[in-house]
Design a protein around this ligand. Sequence first.
Ligand code: QAP
Ligand code: CO
Length: 159
Amino acid sequence: MALRNIVTEGDEILEKKAKKVETINERIHMILDDMLETMHASNGIGIAAPQIGVLRRMFLVELDDRLIEMINPEILETSGVQVGEEGCLSVPGCIGTVERPAYIRMAGLDRNGERFEVEGTELLAVALAHEYDHLEGILFVQKAKDIIEVDEASDDQRV
Ligand code: QAP
Ligand code: CO
């Protein structure tokens, strides 16, 4: 495993639509492992492949000691609205208020190529929607109402 550099706001890779993963092989597994290590090193709860400079459709979300790795995710259903504060590893030191679905259901492939579904509410729904947006080239700051700068020196886990 290796730490990768996190691409930050302003880099055009974050604005591009990521391409489908065609073959799940060792290289893809290594990228997923590197994404996890990189996310842990920055105390994140979610990371998408474009954030480490890989323009492929995959992301991780880790909440309550549950790691969700999704390859080629699709949104099957959303409902309701919730409004909450978000941050992003690619926009360090900024948080903003974003509207997200209250409920989301997605399907995707795991690292063995098996299709699975995940559904979430509350923070999980926010995280899944936020990470999916990265694959479409969308950052939370494009959707946020009030963006404020926060002290990131403490480097606490922030959502
Ligand atoms: C996306 O965000 C997310 O500015 C993941 O100094 C956002 O992991 C999921 C972070 C909101 C659910 C709710 C940001 C860490 C981490 C920072 C993150 C920072 C240190 C953000
Ligand atoms: Co993000």
